[in-house]
Design a protein around this ligand. Structure first.
Ligand code: HEC
Length: 209
């Protein structure tokens, strides 16, 4: 979709019905409309500054799954083991149109253990019908990052990082932001696009410009 194209009023109005508030005067450029009027679904914070666990993150836009098996990381990967990453859909729409993560972006990373511990090979892989490899087992944790420069002026890039526990479900209901040294500095040093590891997310690489 070429978003630089100037949409006639009829089409712009249709877009407006689905997600946007578009000024009902004349032709409007869709990327201007997206940047200026798209409402980003924001994280819910409590008075004590803790963020609430998002609802329905598995229905967000799935972007990719790095995998760091414990068996390949001295038995103790920092983030065991599959990392399923999802971006909140309204932020994805803006990223798709502009290549930038808007203020309010939420990205969740859910940890999933590899399948079949008992039958596992020394490298943690298992032999399944489709071949030898790594398959997803049980859910094992949930993390979230939120870009909010107003709320987190001390976090480089405005990205704050949260964990709802490395544990099986239920996850914690709320989480406080980690100090920037704990999480943000590694992202700042190595992530490809605005503190986000887009180099490992084929869906975002395909979507962003
Ligand atoms: C040693 C470097 C490092 C540290 C420290 C780190 N991360 Fe990450 N993080 C990564 C990498 C690499 C990825 C890319 C996906 C993956 O492999 O999990 C990532 C991805 C993420 C994502 C998905 C969105 C994105 O930015 O790509 C979240 C959410 C996240 N990390 C949360 C955290 C939290 C919470 C902490 C602190 C407890 C933390 N990270 C600390 C390396 C790090």
């Amino acid at each position: 979709m070429n978003l630089k194209v100037v949409l006639p009023l009829g089409m712009a109005a249709m877009v407006a019905v689905t997600a946007l508030t578009v000024y009902p005067t004349q032709s409007v450029s869709a990327d201007v409309a997206l940047k200026d009027t798209m409402k980003i679904v924001e994280a819910r914070f409590n008075e004590d500054g803790a963020v609430n666990r998002p609802d329905g993150w598995r229905e967000w836009i799935y972007v990719g799954t790095p995998v760091t098996p414990n068996a390949l990381n001295g038995g103790n990967a920092p983030f065991p083991e599959f990392h399923n990453v999802y971006i909140e859909p309204s932020a994805y729409k803006v990223f798709e149109a502009t290549g930038k993560f808007p203020e309010g972006t939420q990205i969740a990373k859910e940890l999933v253990l590899t399948y079949g511990k008992d039958g596992a090979n020394p490298d943690g892989s298992t032999d399944e019908v489709s071949g030898t490899g790594y398959f997803q087992g049980e859910f094992a944790g949930l993390e979230l990052t939120v870009k909010d420069n107003k709320r987190f002026p001390d976090q480089p890039g405005g990205w704050a990082y949260f964990s709802f526990g490395h544990q099986s479900q239920p996850y914690e209901k709320t989480a406080k932001a980690f100090p920037k040294e704990t999480c943000n500095s590694c992202h700042e040093a190595s992530a490809k696009n605005d503190w986000v590891f887009t180099q490992f997310y084929p869906v975002l690489r395909a979507a962003g410009k």
